[in-house]
Design a binder for this molecule. Structure first.
Ligand code: SF4
Length: 246
């Protein structure tokens, strides 16, 4: 389930070139570069039904800010309210992905401490250069759980030195979606899987992307099939993130 308290983003990285938020907004005649507070769902985690119960049930895994970046500057004025809701819903797990981990220290609440127990921070690193820029920062932050998203994967990314630190709980790899998607080569995915096995880090291949190469053959995969193809047979390599130990 997803919660997008704000919408829209600024491109900041090679992985943003074919950003799906921009692609989908173009189809709806919207401008994804406009960053706006999402008025109808801003307070989604604390919305209640007519019986007074939360609409989002306890135990929900809530992907947070998947149509923007949680740490983007334009959202600074809204983020404190979001942290309050996240703290209030300590029975819900919030997964926060970002490419802007350099802003983490100035964006966390004062009582963050070692990290809120119900928050997982995920840093996206689509290539080696971005992994080497962002992951040294990521290793140094406090967070109850840390995930690396190699997504959209643009090349084999050697995460060995970061996995060896013991700071990374899981790695999730995915290919790029929609028009002009760059290729996702299954050989890169398998190498990252082997690296994770070597350091006993949870691994997930969450989607093939639309332009998938396996054993030298290129497959054009419809977006709706990208996840199921990734989970099929040999391609589904290891435990799902949802099976991770709590
Ligand atoms: S950071 Fe994410 S949401 Fe923002 S432009 Fe890049 S890919 Fe799109």
């Amino acid at each position: 389930m997803l919660w997008n308290p704000w919408h829209g983003c600024r491109k900041c990285s090679p992985g943003c070139i074919n950003c799906y938020v921009y692609f989908l907004d173009r189809l709806r005649d919207k401008n994804a570069a406009e960053i706006t507070k999402n008025k109808t769902s801003f307070d989604l985690p604390i919305k209640r039904d007519k019986h007074g119960n939360y609409k989002i049930p306890a135990g929900t895994e809530l992907g947070t800010c998947f149509t923007s970046d949680f740490f983007i500057e334009e959202a600074d004025e809204w983020r404190d309210d979001v942290w309050k809701m996240i703290k209030q819903r300590d029975d819900v797990n919030f997964l926060i992905p970002t490419k802007r981990i350099h802003r983490f220290a100035e964006c966390i609440p004062k009582d963050w401490g070692e990290g809120y127990p119900n928050v997982t921070i995920a840093v996206s690193c689509e290539n080696q250069a971005k992994a080497d820029e962002r992951l040294p920062l990521f290793l140094n932050i406090k967070s109850t759980r840390k995930i690396v998203f190699v997504s959209p994967i643009l090349e084999y990314v050697d995460l060995s030195r970061y996995l060896a630190s013991g700071e990374i709980d899981a790695v999730s790899v995915g290919g790029e979606s929609y028009a002009n998607a760059r290729e996702c080569n299954f050989d890169w995915v398998k190498r990252i899987f082997s690296d994770c096995q070597r350091f006993n880090v949870m691994f997930d291949f969450h989607q093939t992307g639309s332009n998938f190469i396996k054993d030298g053959v290129r497959y054009h995969i419809k977006h709706r099939d990208e996840c199921s193809q990734a989970k099929k047979g040999e391609i589904y390599l290891h435990a799902k993130l949802s099976e991770r130990p709590q």
